[in-house]
Each structure stands twice: as structure tokens, then as C-alpha cells.
Write a protein of this length. Structure first.
Length: 148
């Protein structure tokens, strides 16, 4: 008896709300279509309000409302293409929140865009991709963002 299994049943797609997402999304949507995978779109708002929203019982900032609207727009577009997609706006430190969401939601793969080395900033504080690699054992698909 042959059981149909999918290697990547649920893919977390880490979106930045930037042009880099347009480099990532074609790869992820094609993979999801071929494997019949669910997509979980996640954006991590990491401004001051987002990082302190729970502790200080703050309301969403304008930036967070814009991020939520962006996620909902992308999600609706993917659903219109016939994909099983859902969206989550997280708040806090990006690598930590992406890893936690992937674990909590039972994701088999994390997909994200990378920008390559951006100079001294990467050396001093590192990149989200580097931090994420150390925060999770879930495989990560990194797609290089096209230079703008």
C-alpha cells in the first residue's frame, strides 16, 4: 500500500514587507503547488511598540497595522491562486519569533529571503538568517533577494 506523504506539509514563509518578498514568493508558491503544502505567512514587527506590546499593554502601532494589512493582502492573493495559506503577525525579535511560530505551528520548512552581507551591521549584530539558523532545527530555505 502506497501512502502519499509530503516532505513539506506546512511551510512557514517569513515575509519582510519589502521588495525582497517578491524574490521569495515565486519559489515558495511553486514548491507549495507541487507538494500540496500549506503556507503560513509570518511577518515579525520589531519596532519599539511591537517589542513591548505585551509587557506594557500597548495598542498596535500604525506600522503594525500596515504590516497586518500587507500580510492579509499577500495571503488573499495566494488563496486566489488556489493555495492553502494563512497569515500571522508576530511581534518581537525576528529570528526568535519565526523559530517559535514554526515550532508552534508544526512547520516542516522555513523559507526566507536573504540579502547577503551588508557590511559592518552584519558583523556587529548579525543577520536574521544567521540567528535563525542557530534558533531552530527546522530546515531553512534561503532565497537571495534581488538587488534593488
Amino acid at each position: 500500500m502506497f501512502l502519499k506523504t509530503t516532505m513539506y506539509r506546512k511551510i512557514l514563509v517569513a515575509l519582510e514587507n519589502s521588495r525582497a518578498d517578491e524574490s521569495l514568493l515565486p519559489h515558495v508558491t511553486e514548491l507549495a503547488k507541487r507538494l500540496h503544502s500549506q503556507l503560513l505567512l509570518v511577518h515579525v514587527a520589531d519596532g519599539w511598540v511591537a517589542r513591548n506590546i505585551k509587557e506594557l499593554d500597548l495598542r498596535e502601532s500604525e506600522e503594525m497595522r500596515e504590516d497586518r494589512a500587507y500580510l492579509e493582502t499577500v495571503c488573499a492573493r495566494l488563496q486566489a491562486e488556489g493555495l492553502d495559506a494563512d497569515a500571522v503577525l508576530a511581534a518581537g525579535e525576528p529570528a526568535k519569533e519565526i523559530a517559535a511560530a514554526a515550532e508552534r505551528e508544526g512547520c516542516d520548512l522555513i523559507a526566507m529571503s536573504t540579502h547577503g552581507h551588508r557590511g559592518l551591521g552584519d558583523v556587529v549584530k548579525g543577520s536574521t538568517a544567521t540567528a535563525l539558523r542557530h534558533a531552530t532545527m527546522i530546515p531553512i530555505l534561503m532565497v537571495r533577494a534581488e538587488k534593488t
